[in-house]
Every structure is written in structure tokens, then in C-alpha cells.
Design a protein around this ligand. Structure first.
Ligand code: ZN
Length: 381
């Protein structure tokens, strides 16, 4: 669907003429016979582009029936685009490099540049950007330039599944230049199919005139056999990450079990919160304390009014602890070197220490509460 411009759009005018005005058939000087008007967004604002179309003045020349467009037109915006290349690249970069969502891109284009595009249109431009990127990625000329100063090549291969249930995407990467060479989805990853990809990598390396000195993979059978067949004598090493993950498997299983145990033991947060909120409701002073059980620690302490009673403050503290503990129990981050269960245990211990510090302070008769010296729960939250 054509882009609809508001009636009061203020376009910057841009005129383009044909650079080479010799008729491609007879060589006579061509005349302007028509104009093409285009409108599109650039990062500098909306543009009206006037393209002067030329044709051969000789009615007998085949060049008369054809028009020639300015050569530079496609360097500003491709046909039927509502945006120039600059906006196109801006969108593609935000999507592919920064991983922005389409909604985010749409919002920022509107806020920062006043460019209003539908989500459909943005999706369409992203798709074209990806096609161009993929074509560029495999451009032999740009590859040769990148590998001019390189002496050796280190290749890796791995299968990944961007969407569960889809075919596995096999990716061949080169490590010295950190570049994806190619990727191909294989419906059935038979040894023959995998070996075909490895042979393709061999052809690429040969075309660059470079020696492959090492292969790295998770050493699944198809890789081991394919690499041995195509690259006899070239070392094939275990990928550190896969190796570590495999070695750490029993540890992570035990860790996951410990996590379940801790979750089972630390319970009843909701009950405590309900009790606190119930206790609070009747104590309505001139400034009732708004306590949101879902609020984060900082929010709930910040909401304590300076004139709040001691009981109100205590309630807020209890709720803040509950929030912190809930955050700890829901945290699933970590990996083989930092198992999530160990993180959870250490964070829960921080909370215990913090509560103990509060109890000790109370025993000592210290009335003044020092919020700054309250780091315990925040480490877990
Ligand atoms: Zn002509």
C-alpha cells in the first residue's frame, strides 16, 4: 500500500538529472521527456525527489521509446521505498546489531525523527536488510579483503536450533576474524550432509589461498568423521564451552536439586505479606503509607513517609525483605562456573545476615534506623 503523507508535510526538494546524456543506441544527446516525483523519509526529514527522465529525440531510434532514469536515484532510495537508504540502514542496524523489537524501532523512529511507519512496513524493510546482509556476508571480494593479512584459518562448526522443533541450523565460523562464513538449515543432519558443509568450508579456504590449521567443535560424530575425511591431519579440538558444560553436568544436576530443596524450605512469603498488609490497614494516620507488595525494595522504602509511625516503617521493612527473597527465589541466572543454586544459597545467607544485623541493633537499643547500612537484601534482589 502506498505511503500516505499528511497534507502539511514540509518536503525538502531534491532534483536529479541523468549524468550520461548520450543515447545508448545512436549516441545523440538525449532530452528530458518526463519527470518522476517521489516522496520518502530521510533521517534529515521528508524529501521530494524529482527525477528527470531522458529519451532520444529521434523518433526513428529505438532509444526514443525508452526513458532513462537518473543513475543516482537508486543510491538515494530504492524504487517504491517510503524511506531513504539512511533510514533503511538505521532500522537494519537497530534490529540486527542492537536486537531492538519492531515496536521499539517504530517508537524511536517516531520520537527522534518524526518518521511514522507501520509495523508491517518495518518488518518488510528488516527482511530486505537481512537478504542484503546475507548476500554481502558471502561476497567473495569482501571476504578476500578481510583475509588479506591473515596467515592461518581456524574453523568451527556447530548446530543450533533458533526455534524448538525447527530443523537444526549448522553454522561454520572462522575464529581469527570472528566471522560467520555460512549457515545452512539441514532437515536431516546425516553424516553426508554435514560433510558437504565441511567440504564447502574447504573450498572457501582454498579460494582464499589460506591453510586451515585447526577445527573446533563439540565433537559430535558427524563432525569428527566429516572433518577427518575432508581435512586429514588437521587437528580437531574440543570447544571449551561444550567441554566445560559436559564436565560440569553432574554438578549442575546436583545444583538444580539443591535449588528445589531451598525453594521448598523458603515459603509462605505471600502469607507474611498478607498479614502485614492486614495489620497496616487499620492504622490510617494523616498520611497512609501506600505499600505495594509487588514493588521493589527501593520503591517500598521510598514510599515510607517521613511522618510514618514506627509500625508503618517496620511493615515496609518486612515487605521489602519479602520482595528481596522472592527475587532471589526467581533468579535462574548462572552457568557451570557460577551454578544458580550456589548463587541462591549465598543470596539467602545475605538476607539472613541482614535480618540478624537488624535484630542485633534492636538488642543494643539503637533507635535510629540507618537505611544506608542496609545492604543485605539488595545483594540478592
Ligand atoms: Zn537514439
Amino acid at each position: 500500500m502506498a505511503y500516505r503523507w499528511p497534507a502539511d508535510t514540509d518536503f525538502a526538494l531534491l532534483e536529479l538529472d541523468v549524468l550520461d546524456r548520450d543515447c545508448p543506441v545512436c549516441g545523440r544527446m538525449m532530452y528530458i521527456c518526463d519527470h518522476r516525483y517521489r516522496h520518502f523519509h530521510t533521517l534529515d526529514g521528508p524529501v521530494e525527489l524529482v527525477c528527470k527522465l531522458n529519451h532520444c529525440p529521434d523518433p526513428a531510434c529505438p532509444g526514443h521509446a525508452q526513458t532513462k532514469s537518473p543513475e543516482l536515484e537508486s543510491a538515494i532510495a530504492l524504487p517504491n521505498w517510503a524511506i531513504g537508504w539512511d533510514v533503511f540502514c538505521w532500522i537494519g542496524h537497530r534490529r540486527c546489531s542492537r536486537h531492538w523489537s519492531i515496536t521499539q524501532i517504530q517508537g524511536e523512529l517516531g520520537d527522534a525523527y518524526g518518521i511514522k511507519l507501520s509495523a508491517d512496513a518495518i518488518a518488510k524493510y528488516i527482511q530486505r536488510y537481512q537478504v542484503m546482509l546475507a548476500a554481502r556476508q558471502q561476497d567473495p571480494e569482501s571476504l578476500r579483503r578481510q583475509y588479506q593479512s591473515v596467515n592461518t584459518i581456524v574453523l568451527t562448526i556447530d548446530g543450533l536450533q533458533p526455534e524448538k522443533g525447527h530443523e537444526t541450523l549448522f553454522v561454520v565460523r572462522e575464529l581469527t576474524q570472528k566471522r560467520v562464513w555460512f549457515a545452512e538449515p539441514l532437515l536431516s543432519a546425516t553424516n553426508e550432509e554435514v560433510q558437504r558443509l565441511i567440504a564447502q568450508a574447504k573450498a572457501w579456504a582454498a579460494s582464499l589461498g589460506q591453510a586451515v590449521v585447526l577445527w573446533v567443535s563439540d565433537k559430535q560424530d558427524a563432525f569428527v568423521q566429516g572433518i577427518a575425511a575432508e581435512f586429514p591431519g588437521v587437528p580437531h579440538r574440543y570447544c571449551d564451552n561444550h567441554f566445560l558444560r559436559d564436565v560440569a553436568k553432574p554438578v549442575l544436576e546436583a545444583d538444580s536439586h539443591a535449588k528445589v530443596q531451598m525453594r521448598r524450605k523458603v515459603r509462605g512469603l505471600r502469607k507474611i505479606e498478607q498479614a502485614v498488609l492486614k495489620h497496616e490497614r487499620p492504622a490510617v494516620g494523616p498520611n497512609p503509607v501506600p505499600v505495594d507488595p509487588a514493588a521493589t525494595f527501593t520503591m517500598s522504602t521510598a514510599s515510607v513517609h517521613p511522618q510514618a509511625t514506627g509500625a508503618d516503617t517496620a511493615c515496609a521493612v518486612v515487605l521489602a525483605y519479602c520482595t528481596a527473597v522472592r527475587g532471589i527465589l526467581n533468579d535462574d541466572q548462572g552457568g557451570p562456573l557460577e551454578p544458580p543454586g550456589l548463587r541462591m544459597a549465598s543470596a539467602l545467607q545475605d538476607v539472613r545476615d541482614s535480618i540478624q544485623r537488624n535484630l542485633d541493633t534492636k538488642k543494643g537499643g539503637l533507635q535510629k534506623r540507618n537505611w544506608a547500612a542496609w545492604p543485605g537484601a539488595s545483594t540478592g534482589a
